[in-house]
Design a protein around this ligand. Structure first.
Ligand code: SF4
Length: 461
């Protein structure tokens, strides 16, 4: 499963905003590893630099020193819509009639195709295949005089998930969709302001967390301070996968640190699927906290039998099967000295296509584990995501095609337990109505575009 993107923005006249944006992107690297980019303004013109690669590969002292200005935005991308190409790297700059903006977006616009066609018919040309350019052109197509009203015009037409930062010559904007699908938060830094996908990025650059950007809110930050405009709010639909996997466990979402929520998922799995075993392990790093929770609840000792090579990036750097197969071996090294003759409970965040889990089970068994009992924090994923998560089409989702006993056999585990939706809701300790659960239930919080819906739900020809 691929995450969508990480966004960051900063308005801080007393700081080196490009450098701080770089370090914030570094902290948000887990949200997207295909491309990274920064845009700044000095009040007169925008500067944008974006390339394929990790933030640390894209930027160095020389490229960072080229930026000047006091406002910046940044982006880490994983493509959800639009192919993985340099032209789709963000932030993107779009201009019309000598007016320019730069934009960085996390999410997915479900009516992007429709809007793209409308704007093309009006004479707007597109350089990229990403829906971010659709948003930018939609803002520029507004006849409103000021930026806030132009953004409001665009927001009224957008359907889907978007947490975004927008840069003009004088203003930093933060915008979150009415459902609040993707996270976005606000902080202060040395008399200035910062916006980030996750609070962990604020922590790393020494900013203080103030609050989350509210669903449907537009924040504008200028030299005169900060203003907030509350737009329409739909039903709340925070992506529950932010809690299970995407966001870092040291981030705060909906007022709650994620680490205890992940621990509670593990505890819930121990309640729902107890088993006699010698050792509990969480697949590092995304299921580490859940492993701790399972161990505490079950009383089975916690251990580490699988060491992660933290310098290879995530398994799914390249969306091709050969690299994925190699990825698990590159990523994990099992320790036979710890695993031999052990009955192991292995806690993981989710099973999507079911291509990685059998390899991990095989690694453990080859290293001597007598039994491997898989416990999964996410309920079975049976429906695709239309809100910025590149999961798979429905026919690729293993839980849409096989029963749970069939999946158990397929992955080679001795037992398999998925946390129930009720168990998951109990772990996150917020009302069920707060969340999007569509990839488990098929009940999408807004109607998904007919064509996309059909495409993703049908079997291949
Ligand atoms: S469908 Fe699943 S992954 Fe997509 S936003 Fe909803 S909960 Fe998140």
């Amino acid at each position: 499963m691929h995450e969508s993107c990480g966004v960051f923005g900063i308005f801080a006249p007393n700081e080196d905003v490009a450098r701080l944006t770089f370090f914030a992107l570094f902290a948000l690297q887990h949200r997207g590893q295909e491309s990274a980019g920064i845009a700044t303004t000095n009040g007169k013109k925008l500067q944008v630099y974006a390339k394929m690669g990790l933030a640390s590969q894209v930027f160095n002292e020389e490229s960072l020193s080229q930026f000047n200005g006091h406002i910046a935005i940044g982006h880490n991308r994983y493509s959800t819509r639009g192919s993985s190409q340099i032209r789709n790297a963000q932030p993107i700059e779009v201009s019309k009639d000598s007016v320019s903006l730069a934009i960085a977006h996390n999410g997915n616009i479900v009516n992007a195709e429709h809007l793209h066609k409308q704007l093309s018919d009006q004479g707007y040309s597109f350089q990229t295949s990403s829906d971010t350019e659709v948003i930018a052109n939609l803002i520029l197509s507004s006849h409103e005089k000021d930026w806030v009203n132009r953004i409001k015009y665009a927001v009224r037409r957008l359907k889907g998930a978007y947490s975004m930062v927008i840069l003009t010559n004088h203003t930093l904007f933060a915008v979150r969709d009415p459902l609040g699908v993707r996270p976005l938060c606000l902080g202060t830094i040395n008399g200035g302001w910062a916006i980030a996908s996750e609070s962990c990025a604020l922590d790393h650059i020494g900013a203080d967390f103030v609050r989350e950007v509210k669903p449907g809110e537009i924040i504008s930050i200028t030299e005169n301070g900060i203003d907030s405009y509350q737009g329409e709010v739909g039903r709340r639909a925070t992506c529950i996968f932010e809690y299970i996997y995407f966001a870092r466990p040291d981030s705060i979402i909906n007022g709650r640190l994620l680490y205890p929520a992940r621990q509670a998922m593990g505890a819930g799995l121990a309640e729902e699927y107890p088993v006699d075993a010698d050792l509990v392990m969480g697949v590092p790093d995304s299921a580490t906290a859940a492993g701790v929770g399972y161990s505490i609840k079950s009383g089975i000792p916690l251990g580490e039998g699988l060491i992660k090579n933290r310098y290879v990036g995530r398994t799914f750097i390249e969306p091709d099967q050969r690299i994925r197969d190699l990825g698990v071996k590159l990523k994990f090294n099992p320790m036979p000295q710890i695993l031999t003759d052990k009955r192991v409970v292995l806690v993981d965040d989710s099973i999507v296509r079911g291509t990685t889990t059998p390899q991990v089970v095989r690694l453990l068994k080859k290293a001597g584990a007598k039994e491997v009992h898989m416990r999964i924090c996410a309920p079975p994923i049976r429906y695709p995501c239309f809100f910025g998560v590149d999961m798979a089409t429905r026919w690729e989702l293993i839980a849409a095609q096989k029963t749970i006993p069939e999946i158990r056999d397929f992955i080679g585990a001795d037992s398999l337990g998925y946390l129930s939706i009720d168990g998951l809701i109990k772990a996150v300790a917020l009302p069920r109505e707060t969340f999007c659960l569509a990839c488990f239930t098929g009940d999408y919080p807004i109607p998904v575009q007919l064509g996309m819906d059909k495409l993703a739900l049908e079997a291949p020809p």
